[in-house]
Each structure stands twice: as structure tokens, then as C-alpha cells.
Design a protein around this ligand. Structure first.
Ligand SMILES: [Zn+2]
Length: 83
């Protein structure tokens, strides 16, 4: 989002003037800060996605063992019912 430092406000792209300046204080809004904010956000999103993915991979092996033991136990109980 375009940010005006003088008004301390985020501006919608449609709210800006045609030359890319603030409609209230009529000062130009720098493109450098806009690009910096966008790249910082995308990097943080990638880091968050990677860290959450690692957590999902590290957990399962005991969980799979537990589920496997539970399935074997329940199937044995079902077989035991019909003997
Ligand atoms: Zn302004």
C-alpha cells in the first residue's frame, strides 16, 4: 500500500492523484518505500510457510506408529469377536 509520511496514512492507489501524489498534502509518495514494503512482506510470508512446513514434517513418525498400533489392536479385537 502507498504510504504518505506527512499524513501518516495508507492511501488506496485509486485515491492518489494521477501523478502519484497525496490528495491531501499534495506531496509525491516515494516508490522506493512502497517496493521495500512489498518485498519485506513476501520474504516474511515465505519464511512463515517454510517454518510451518518443517513443523508438520517433524511430528508424524510417532503419530504414524501410534495410529498403526491402534489399527492393529482394533483389527485384532474385531477378529477376536468372531472366533
Ligand atoms: Zn499526504
Amino acid at each position: 500500500m502507498p504510504w504518505c509520511e506527512d499524513c501518516a496514512k495508507y492511501l488506496a492507489p485509486s485515491a492518489m492523484l494521477s501523478d502519484g501524489s497525496c490528495p491531501k498534502c499534495l506531496k509525491p509518495i516515494a516508490d522506493i518505500t512502497i517496493n521495500g514494503q512489498l518485498t519485506a512482506k513476501t520474504i516474511n510470508l515465505k519464511k512463515l510457510a517454510q517454518s510451518s512446513g518443517e513443523e508438520d514434517v517433524s511430528v508424524p513418525w510417532h503419530f504414524k506408529l501410534l495410529v498403526g498400533a491402534l489399527i492393529m489392536y482394533l483389527s485384532w479385537r474385531v477378529i477376536d469377536l468372531f472366533r
